[in-house]
Design a protein around this ligand. Structure first.
Ligand SMILES: Cc1cc2nc3c(=O)[nH]c(=O)nc-3n(C[C@H](O)[C@H](O)[C@H](O)COP(=O)(O)OP(=O)(O)OC[C@H]3O[C@@H](n4cnc5c(N)ncnc54)[C@H](O)[C@@H]3O)c2cc1C
Length: 540
């Protein structure tokens, strides 16, 4: 069989869309995925909704979400830092995303018929990202895309404005289309495992149950043999995600604090191709020290915990650091951005760990979480469980509760009551209600930091805690591309036969901030575009 005309690197949404569109345009396509078949699909397996522009309501979304509003939302989220021309292209082409996915076998949730809440701006994947990924692989294979698992692309060789060759390293146990790869089997995966996948945490001196295990290494007897080959395809689409699974890279750019972070996505996101291409003269976008972090349960697995590990109940309780001190206002954030803001805050906490503390009443109100809370009949017992100084915790707790009561009395601060109080929005502590606090709790000081939003004293035992850490979702560093998804050299010239899609080039559009559902849209839109352009390049 002849070699591939288009090589697609990475089998998440961006790579699959690229492979399918290049194949539909007539090219012979090989897609290589570094993960074994059972873990194929990268971070895309974890996604659940994508944002798209629509001028009319449909079975998927109510009302309209037009280009102007999408543009404004994105400009606000990114503080206007995204590339304007690429943003227009993304938004215009997002209109076609639902139809394209449906035509490729992906099931989308119809509004009012699924189990997830629908939104005006995003469509939900029926069965989540895993179902989407499975459907796209099936579609790619039906069309005749050759898929190789456990196969890592690296060592890109640039000559002038062309990619001359690229190396593939496969394991002897790698699966191909339709087979089951038995092992992650790649040198790079092996390296990630060597460095722990997610860094060790022993230095944080946590109680044993809060210390995360490093990712398992291959037992020596199962270590796969690696074979290498050098490929010279006509065109290459890079869709290999971010670098959030590379502890060394993270440490280099973000410092030692990354030891306290948890990667909630794929451990395969090692960013090696990005690093190699930047060294070879490609133009970078974004900031390597910027990370998209959300608050996750500190007991989450070191990688791939996914969306279910997030913690969202901050407004119902009180958040303290490992020394028992409050550092932020628990009620200040709006719904959908809350857990992302807490991810950033936890990154600055000592040891990158914090605790959401609740009483029995608050526990009934928090959104469901994957892990059960740590529970104790009294504060001392809770402090013991989480390895905290009980006296400090008690001091913070008393101060907090006293401030709650002094403002609204014992009954206080349920959302329904709040709405009758005619307070300024997001303020249950009007300035004149801040008073001095004494150890017996009888007089009150301004709570520092203040507490806004509906709130209440936490005084009904048993008491509970969720330990939290920053959960890494993706990195904001990638390759600059033009409007044909071609990777740019630092001279500003495009590399004629090298294209990029998905997280790897997302910082062109979103170098900071985030909008829910944006990343899957970037993957779909630029994946399809890159595949079309690669096939066009092949045709000449
Ligand atoms: C828990 C979680 C929830 C999320 N929820 C949403 C959501 O609801 N909506 C949304 O829009 N976004 C969401 N995101 C973000 C979104 O899922 C990702 O940004 C997006 O799916 C990335 O797509 P991608 O194709 O660029 O990369 P990925 O899906 O990560 O795919 C990259 C693939 O490349 C492979 N690879 C890497 N290097 C190599 C190499 N050298 N050779 C071969 N293969 C390689 C990897 O194994 C991987 O499979 C979420 C992310 C997480 C972690």
């Amino acid at each position: 069989m002849k070699g591939p005309q288009v090589l697609v690197v990475g089998g998440g949404i961006a790579g699959l869309c690229a492979a399918i569109s290049a194949r539909r345009a007539g090219a012979r396509v090989l897609l290589v995925e570094s993960a074994p078949r059972w873990r194929r699909g990268g971070n895309s397996r974890h996604g659940r909704n994508f944002r798209f522009c629509h001028d009319q309501p449909s079975a998927l979304v109510p009302e309209r979400y037009q280009a102007d509003e999408f543009t404004e939302d994105l400009a606000r989220a990114t503080a206007g830092t995204g590339d304007a021309a690429l943003t227009r292209l993304l938004i215009e082409r997002s209109r076609a995303a639902p139809r394209w996915l449906l035509d490729s076998g992906v099931a989308l949730q119809e509004r009012n018929r699924g189990t997830l809440p629908f939104s005006r701006k995003t469509a939900f994947l029926l069965g989540g990202g895993q179902a989407m990924v499975n459907a796209l692989y099936a579609q790619a294979e039906r069309l005749g895309v050759d898929v190789r698992y456990g196969c890592v692309a690296n060592r890109p060789c640039l000559r002038g404005n062309r990619l001359a060759s690229i190396e593939l390293r496969s394991s002897s146990q790698s699966g191909t289309s339709g087979q089951s790869g038995q092992s992650s089997a790649s040198g790079l995966t092996g390296q990630a495992a060597e460095s722990g996948g997610v860094p060790g945490r022993s230095s944080l001196e946590l109680p044993q149950e809060l210390v995360l295990e490093p990712a398992p290494e291959h037992p020596p007897e199962q270590a796969p043999k690696l074979t290498s080959e050098t490929l010279t395809p006509d065109a290459v689409v890079l869709a290999c995600g971010g670098a959030q699974g590379n502890p060394d890279w993270l440490r280099q750019h973000c410092g030692e604090r990354v030891e306290g972070f948890i990667n909630r996505g794929t451990p395969e996101a090692h960013g090696k191709l990005l690093i190699e291409l930047l060294a070879a003269g490609a133009q970078a976008v974004g900031d390597p020290s910027r990370l998209y972090l959300v608050a996750v349960d500190a007991r989450s697995p070191p990688a791939d915990g996914g969306i279910v590990t997030r913690i969202r109940g901050m407004p119902q309780g009180m958040v303290v650091d490992r020394d028992g001190l409050r550092r932020h206002d628990e009620g200040a954030d709006r719904g959908s951005t809350r857990y992302a803001r807490w991810g950033q805050r936890l990154a600055d906490y000592p040891g990158q760990i914090g605790y959401l503390l609740l009483d029995a009443a608050a526990l009934r109100e928090v959104p469901a979480a994957l892990y059960p809370p740590l529970v104790a009949p009294d504060l001392q017992g809770l402090a013991r469980q989480i390895g905290m100084d009980a006296a400090e915790l008690e001091r913070t707790w008393l101060t907090y509760n006293a401030a709650m009561r002094s403002s609204f009395g014992d009954d206080s601060l349920r959302p329904d009551l709040h709405s009758h109080l005619e307070l300024p929005p997001h303020s249950v502590f009007p300035t004149d209600s801040h008073r001095d606090l004494h150890p017996d709790g009888s007089t009150h000081a301004p709570l520092d930091p203040p507490r806004t939003g509906p709130a209440r004293a936490l005084d009904t035992p048993p008491f509970a805690a969720y330990p939290m850490r920053p959960g890494l979702t993706f990195t904001y560093h990638g390759l600059a591309v033009d409007a044909r998804a071609r990777v740019q050299l630092s001279s500003g010239e495009p590399i004629a036969n090298l294209f990029a899609a998905g997280t790897l080039m997302a910082p062109n559009l979103c170098p900071q901030g985030y909008l829910s559902g944006l990343m899957l849209t970037i993957g779909q839109v630029f994946g399809v575009l890159a595949g079309e352009e690669a096939a066009r390049h092949v045709r000449g």
